[in-house]
Design a protein around this ligand. Structure first.
Ligand SMILES: Nc1nc2c(ncn2[C@@H]2O[C@H](COP(=O)(O)OP(=O)(O)OP(=O)(O)O)[C@@H](O)[C@H]2O)c(=O)[nH]1
Ligand SMILES: [Mg+2]
Length: 261
């Protein structure tokens, strides 16, 4: 409990036995409920989660073998907390930051916080290619939606329970990650912010992500979503639109120059 509010954590996992063990070992005492959603793991993820006080649910649905978004959505139907923290099970996100994020949300009456990893404390934690990919997607969103994200692809976000019925996010695969943040940002019921967290290099287990395939998928998802879903136009920041677009291109050119050097 924090501020008399129940704290729940959702962790989507596929073959994360080692990283998940390490992550669950450091879960702070004020976390009341841990829900692990396992998609077709062939290792001991299920047993590790059970042995370390997590509730575990199996979710078989996937698109092209990836059930990341389905797992998050199933998790939201299982948790009972007032604050819901969603994070990867790869032990790269800081469980010890949960208290300060919840405090920040309480003080500022926020409903949804996306936890940005950039700027990185450990510059090696994300490869240059991935940083460029994040920069491109941030720029695309600034251009199409008029809002400058710091990190659209973070795997950690925090929401109040009251947000869940208003979240309009149903992608089953990796696109759930940008989708859930855009859904929160452009919903007038939801008070949204980003908040900086420290992020670590993955040490245990392997990445489940094919960078090019996933990145290109995100690119087209962001375009498609802009023109197929209702966006709350009052929340589209058109006043700062030109400024954001200029900033986005500056950031992109900076990243490209970095790469060329
Ligand atoms: N439930 C479920 N979880 C998945 C699936 N694919 C990946 N995950 C989990 O989603 C989280 C994010 O996957 P990662 O492989 O860490 O992807 P990433 O964070 O973008 O990339 P790296 O950290 O660099 O590996 C991890 O906890 C994975 O175990 C899936 O199909 N189903
Ligand atoms: Mg990860």
């Amino acid at each position: 409990m924090l501020y008399h509010k129940k704290i729940s954590v959702i962790i989507p996992c596929r073959n994360e036995e080692a990283a998940l063990y390490s992550l669950l070992q450091k879960m702070p005492d004020y976390v009341d409920e841990i829900v692990v959603i396992d998609n077709n793991s062939s290792d001991n993820t299920y047993r590790v989660a059970r042995a370390n006080c997590a509730k575990v649910f199996k979710e078989k649905k996937n698109t092209d073998g990836i059930g990341y978004g389905f797992a998050h959505q199933t998790g939201l139907t299982k948790v009972t907390g007032d604050y819901i923290i969603s994070m990867d099970g790869d032990d790269t996100y800081p469980v010890n930051s949960i208290r300060e994020i919840v405090t920040y949300m309480e003080i500022n009456s926020l409903d949804f916080v996306s936890c940005n990893r950039l700027p990185l404390e450990d510059n090696q934690a994300i490869t240059t290619m991935r940083k460029i990919g994040i920069g491109i997607l941030n720029s695309l969103i600034a251009f199409l939606y008029g809002y400058q994200f710091i990190d659209i692809l973070t795997g950690m976000w925090v929401m109040k329970k009251s947000v869940v019925p208003h979240l309009n996010a149903f992608e089953g695969g990796w696109d759930y990650s940008p989708e859930v943040k855009l859904a929160a940002l452009y919903n007038k019921e939801i008070n949204f912010s980003e908040y900086h967290i420290p992020y670590k290099l993955r040490i245990n287990g392997n990445s489940k992500l094919n960078m090019w395939k996933t990145g290109i998928g995100h690119f087209f998802f962001i375009i498609r979503r802009r023109f197929t879903k209702d966006n709350d136009l009052n929340k589209l920041h058109f006043k700062s639109y030109a400024l954001n677009t200029a900033r986005a291109f500056k950031a992109l050119i900076f990243l490209l120059l970095l790469k060329i050097k």
